[in-house]
Design a protein around this ligand. Structure first.
Ligand code: SF4
Length: 499
């Protein structure tokens, strides 16, 4: 998973790179491995250099200094925060990617493509375009560059439709076409989010921002216009004229990733016109209905509900409210440690749990605690947290997941590729709540059901989100999966290097 942003504004007084930088700060939660910005200055197109870029490993605030941002001149810019699923720590894989020929093209990408190996081979064999990195984003850029025959909207549309027809997986993209403008497109199923915002400029025209979530739009004073539609291409030229079209291919149905609402997106964002906060609150309500049955039957009594910070706070408050139990923050986070799930090896993750959370003993001692987390992936973190709360004197610890059991790998941008690594799957593909309770050393583990997840998203979206991607829960993948085994093998090799 990554964060992408694209900005186009007034040529006379644009601060596109500065806006991209500030926007990236608000998208930092989407990826902490690396960051980068590419800008283009139309005024310099006859001069020495019109593209400018800066990128490196690390957090946004570490990659960019004020002089660096000032050097990124121009009225159009794209930016990226990287969460690597392959090629961690490779400087060459840091985005944006760019090519000088034809026209000068740069892109930033959120998602993963499933038939990466096949696309890479076709690029090499049929088009004589070699990969310089291990990133699938580079193959998308090469495909685009090979198929684009001009800088008009129609030229771009033709090349993007060729991507839609040949490259399977998840891709939300923002890009710059030199001498053209800013473009953005989303794969035909819209697996990864992308939104469009606009802002009135001093010259009376609108400037535009595209981003993975609405949070940077609000932060930078852009009005939320709409979600970019699945299969939609948007092109904004240097005169700030916007053109768009939606791909009308076969078997195309929106399948946005459910995990964006459950875990990944910022609580204050809206994805597919559906508030993340509202969805999480409703996930808590749905779970409360399940726990209430246990309480009524006398199988569970609790003194308080507590979130595992940060993502699950909203759901935990909804759950406590519905059950009529006190909501307490009994785990205090050291905010200077990176998000555990994103950390790039098992050893790092385990160490980070110890460093990251401190229990509030006075609130825990002698109490039965319902701990709420957004999900249980490998189980490493959950087990450590349960131990932490027990050591702080809890009488009993119940563990509740707002996401149903994750039993299958994600090929669309999340890094849980090996099925046997997932606690809800294990070597036989499925473990029961009772088995997981024992493994986590909890007094009980309760998961959201698939139906209640669907109910929560449908209710909050007023029926708009009908059929989200739930492939990591069900094993039913929405895209062509040719190439998945090869991708798994590639990741296994890559993971071996970073453990
Ligand atoms: S497999 Fe799971 S995490 Fe991946 S896109 Fe689908 S719902 Fe999201």
């Amino acid at each position: 998973m990554c964060g992408v942003i694209g900005v186009i504004g007034n040529e006379e007084n644009s601060e596109a790179a500065k806006e991209a930088f500030l926007g990236l700060i608000t998208l930092q939660h989407r990826g902490q491995d690396a960051a980068g910005i590419l800008s283009y200055d139309f005024a310099e197109s006859n001069g020495v250099q019109s593209f400018h870029h800066a990128k490196n490993l690390g957090l946004v605030e570490n990659v960019f200094t004020r002089p660096v941002i000032e050097s990124l001149r121009g009225s159009v810019a794209i930016g990226h925060t990287r969460y690597a699923t392959i090629g961690r720590g490779n400087v060459a894989d840091v985005q944006p990617f760019m090519l000088n020929y034809p026209y000068g093209i740069g892109i930033v990408h959120n998602g993963n493509i499933v038939n990466y190996g096949e696309v890479k081979q076709r690029l090499a064999k049929d088009m004589h375009r070699m990969s310089m990195t291990s990133s699938d984003s580079e193959t998308i850029l090469n495909w685009l560059a090979h198929h684009i025959e001009g800088t008009s909207f129609k030229h771009l549309e033709k090349a993007v439709h060729s991507i839609f027809e040949n490259i399977h997986g998840a891709y939300s993209i923002a890009g710059i076409l030199g001498e053209g403008g800013l473009f953005a497109f989303r794969d035909p199923m819209g697996i990864r989010p992308l939104v469009l915002g606009k802002k009135k400029l001093s010259n009376g025209k609108f400037g535009y921002m595209v981003a993975s979530e609405t949070v940077p739009l609000h932060f930078m004073g852009y009005e939320f216009d709409r979600s970019v539609q699945p299969g939609e291409l948007i092109y904004i030229n240097r005169d700030l004229e916007l053109t768009s079209s939606v791909y009308q291919g076969k078997n195309v149905e929106p399948r946005p990733c459910m995990f964006e609402w459950v875990y990944f997106s910022s609580a204050e964002s809206e994805i597919e016109n559906t508030p993340v906060y509202g969805a999480r609150l409703e996930l808590g309500h749905q779970l409360a209905d399940r726990i209430a049955v246990e309480m009524k039957a006398g199988r569970l009594q609790a003194d308080l509900v507590a979130p595992v910070p940060d993502t699950s706070r909203t759901a935990a408050s909804g759950l406590a409210e519905r059950l009529g139990l006190p909501y307490r923050e009994v785990l205090i986070k050291n905010r200077y440690i990176k998000r555990t799930f994103i950390l790039n090896s098992q050893k790092n993750r385990e160490e980070a749990v110890d460093l990251k959370l401190n229990p509030v003993v006075s609130e825990i001692k002698g109490k039965t605690v319902i701990l709420v987390d957004d999900s249980i992936v490998r189980g490493t973190t959950s087990r450590k947290i349960i131990q932490l709360v027990r050591r702080a004197g809890a009488k009993k610890v119940y563990f509740v997941s707002t996401c149903p059991p994750i039993r299958f790998p994600c090929y669309y941008g999340f890094d849980f590729p090996e099925q046997n690594e997932l606690i809800a799957a294990g070597p036989n593909g499925s473990r029961t709540e009772e088995e997981i309770t024992k493994m986590l050393d909890a007094d009980g583990v309760f998961y959201q059901t698939l139906d209640s997840l669907g109910n929560a998203l449908s209710k909050c979206s007023l029926g708009l989100v009908k059929n989200p991607c739930t492939a990591c829960l069900t094993g039913k993948y929405p895209t062509d999966m040719k190439g998945a085994a090869e991708l798994t093998a590639l990741r296994r090799t890559d993971r071996g290097k970073s453990e």
